[in-house]
Design a protein around this ligand. Structure first.
Ligand SMILES: Nc1ncnc2c1ncn2[C@@H]1O[C@H](COP(=O)(O)OP(=O)(O)O)[C@@H](O)[C@H]1O
Ligand SMILES: [Mg+2]
Length: 146
């Protein structure tokens, strides 16, 4: 099932993330793609705000740490950024794949880099710019596999 959202601000994008968090039960893997500055981290911020035990948790890009962990009210949240990971082999070697089979929710920025080791049940979030509409405009496509 595919749903398209239109976002006109960072807050709008965060709200789409928060709405997805409300639907999660634990065990989901969420793939985020869309290029640098698309709004992947903004989406995760909204997700964490909805689902975290401490909604004041500050979400930052885990680019330099590969993963940040937030404790959620319903499930732990694992936030990955694989921008600096070469490929899935390197990811599997350094981080491992256990998180994708656990009870937490995994949100993976730059998911396309490690696509081949992500479960086929993963939910995909694709964020696109469209400068012809406006600099802050984003089209967000959320796809749940059939
Ligand atoms: N509609 C929008 N949704 C999300 N971010 C937006 C939007 N409009 C402008 N921005 C800006 O774009 C940037 C997105 O940054 P970030 O979420 O870190 O992107 P990414 O993680 O995809 O690299 C922020 O500076 C944010 O303020
Ligand atoms: Mg980011």
């Amino acid at each position: 099932m595919k749903t398209i959202y239109e976002s006109f601000s960072e807050d709008d994008t965060a709200s789409v993330g928060a709405a997805l968090a409300a639907k999660c039960r634990g065990g989901e893997v969420i793939k985020l793609s869309g290029g640098l500055g698309a709004g992947k981290t903004a989406f995760v911020k909204g997700f964490v705000k909805n689902a975290a035990e401490n909604s004041a948790d500050v979400v930052s890009s885990p680019t330099f740490s590969i993963m940040n962990i937030y404790s959620g009210t319903k499930f732990p949240i694992y936030h990955f950024d694989t921008y600096r990971v070469k490929n899935s082999v390197e990811f599997e070697y350094s981080v491992g794949l256990d998180y994708f089979e656990g009870n937490g929710v995994c949100l993976v920025e730059w998911a396309e880099i490690i696509e081949d080791v992500l479960p086929c049940t993963a939910i995909s979030v694709f964020i696109e710019n469209d400068p012809s509409v406006g600099g802050d405009y984003r089209k967000i496509t959320v796809t749940f596999p059939d």
